[in-house]
Ligand binder design. Structure first.
Ligand SMILES: Cc1ncc(COP(=O)(O)OP(=O)(O)O)c(N)n1
Ligand code: TZP
Length: 526
């Protein structure tokens, strides 16, 4: 029977990180006033007598707020001050011995960095595990690899069916806590019970405010996390989805929203032109130094890794992080991710750093991203006929990554993890020019930007980044681009691939609502 403990904001103390002149006990009490729900006293250099004194005084303060006190490593200190429990690491006293020494009902937690650690923790019957380090940190010199936000999900999978609680630790702060909570999810949708934080609270001059800030984000997340994607007017119909997409199309024309694109050098100009043809406003900025400023302008962000280099990757990491903070939609185009380990590592790092709203890719790219070998790729192209069951594939990937997924191909499939929509427009000429997939990414991002100016249902918007509006944006962006390709060829102005690209841009520029309604082929699969 697991004990009723609130692990949501777990403070791990560190006197060395206190700001100059800040009293340790004052900082602890202020943190509790800010919403810390459990405290661990972690003293790495104190003599035993000093440790006991600090722990005893800390216990009095924690008791005042009815918050459990855990002792790091030292069973003797925990016994001496009647602490609520002990946290041990992989090289500390074994859990079975700890349990034998502590009073019945004590809380026992253990650090876990990999699946073997979690399996042992389950066998040992611990109360909670501390998974880390999730992010890089200066607070502790690390001897194990970083787990990464999405790596936490794999460890949460192993806890399925147990009552063991899980907190993440390492480098968690106000700027990445949302990504940590959002991205750390098991396949069946279980999320973290809490986050453990040292420096973001302890090194603050105002620990109450630092803790309150973190606590506010945690509570907002917990309030909406159990809700699936919200549906406006269920069930979806092809016509209903088209109506929503057309509204966004109209909004793009009237508001000309900013679409920030960090894309590849092959398609940069044509992506900017296709964005302009739609009526949106492109900015192709790549330096990490300007990402915070750009995130303040409403719109959307597109990240495309087609010609990735380290400097651009820094810009991509920063842009997504700031976009998340500003709650701006982020579209990821993992171009050629299967081609090299460098790209695979980069995509992992990007998805571990920020929450994406839409992932768009061909079958080869999405297979590589999801770790299946069912579809192979050659460079940036997909090889073969795609997935045997594309509908289940997009739905599962959308659930796993908690975003909308758009799988492009002869038929395009879009899913928010709930519904799957098949799009049957397009023309084979699109496969004969470079960058048509990248331009689709620009159109999707333009639709993401366009929808921000429309009135939104609050209930849906509070359900996170991957809400139903993103589904409409993906459908809208793909559909108008593909219909424009059909109209371009039908115009009679296309003599080959050289004349196809300008005809496509022209067709998109002149595309009317009537033409879209006449040609769009949107079918609901589930
Ligand atoms: C909640 C929580 N999780 C992990 C740790 C790390 O513990 P450990 O691996 O024993 O390392 P030290 O803290 O002893 O340096 C923790 N303390 N708390
Ligand atoms: C104790 C510990 N164990 C893994 S990372 C870490 C330190 C986390 O500190 P911070 O929250 O300041 O990154």
């Amino acid at each position: 029977m697991s004990k009723k403990v609130d692990y949501s904001l777990y403070l791990v103390t560190c006197r060395e990180l206190l700001p100059p002149d800040k009293d340790y006990y004052e900082s602890l009490e202020e943190s509790l006033q800010g919403g810390v729900t459990i405290v661990q006293i972690r003293e790495k250099t104190a003599e035993t007598r000093e440790f006991v004194e600090i722990a005893a005084k800390s216990k009095v303060i924690c008791d005042k707020y009815n918050v459990p006190l855990i002792i790091n490593d030292r069973i003797d200190v925990a016994l001496a001050v009647h602490a609520s429990g002990v946290h041990v690491g992989q090289t500390d006293m074994p859990v079975d011995v700890v349990k034998r020494l502590l009073p019945v009902g004590s809380i026992v937690g253990v650090s876990c960095n990999n699946l073997d650690h979690v399996k042992t923790a389950i066998d040992d019957g611990v109360d909670y595990i501390g998974i880390g380090s999730v992010w890089a940190t200066k607070t502790k010199s690390l001897t194990s690899p970083l787990v990464g936000v999405r790596g936490v999900g794999v460890l949460l999978d192993a806890l399925e069916g147990t009552e063991i609680k899980a907190v993440a630790i390492g480098g968690i702060k106000s700027t990445n806590i949302l990504r940590t909570l959002y991205g750390a999810v098991s396949q069946s949708g279980h999320t973290l019970d809490g986050v453990a934080v040292v420096s973001d609270i302890v090194s603050s001059n105002d620990p109450q405010n630092a803790a309150a800030n973190l606590s506010g984000i945690i509570h907002k997340f917990k309030a909406q996390e159990h809700l699936g994607p919200a549906m406006i007017g269920t069930p979806l119909t092809g016509k209903g989805v088209l109506r929503q997409a057309l509204q966004i199309f109209d909004a793009i024309k009237t508001t000309s929203p900013l679409v920030h694109q960090i894309t590849n050098t092959v398609v940069s100009t044509q992506s900017a032109n296709i964005t302009l043809a739609l009526g949106a406003s492109p900015i192709m900025a790549t330096s990490a130094k300007e990402m915070q400023d750009l995130s303040k302008i409403p719109g959307a962000l597109l990240v495309n890794i087609g010609t990735l280099v380290d400097d651009t990757k820094e810009g991509m990491l920063a842009s997504g992080l700031y976009a998340n903070l500003a709650r701006k939609p982020v579209v990821l185009d993992p171009v050629g991710v299967g081609a090299s380990q460098y790209r695979k590592d980069a995509i992992k790092e990007l998805l571990d750093t920020w929450q994406v709203s839409i992932i768009k890719g061909n079958a080869g790219e999405l297979a590589a991203l999801s770790g299946t070998s069912e579809v192979e790729s050659k460079g940036v192209d997909s090889v073969g006929d795609g997935f045997k069951d594309p509908i289940s594939f997009v739905k599962n990937l959308a659930r796993k990554e908690r975003c909308v997924v758009a799988l492009t191909g002869k038929v395009d499939y879009v899913s928010d993890g709930n519904s799957v929509i098949a799009l049957h427009n397009g023309h084979e000429m699109l496969g004969r020019i470079t960058g048509s997939g990248c331009m689709v990414g620009s159109c999707i991002a333009s639709f993401c930007a366009g929808q921000t100016s429309l009135p939104h249902d609050d209930e849906i918007i509070t359900r996170g980044f991957a809400n139903q509006y993103m589904l409409y944006a993906a459908v809208g962006g793909i559909t108008v681009f593909n219909v424009a390709a059909e109209v371009a060829v039908a115009s009679g102005n296309v003599r080959g691939t050289g004349t196809f690209l300008p005809a496509l841009i022209d067709a998109l520029y002149h595309l009317s609502l009537d033409e879209i309604v006449l040609n769009a082929d949107i079918r609901i699969c589930t």
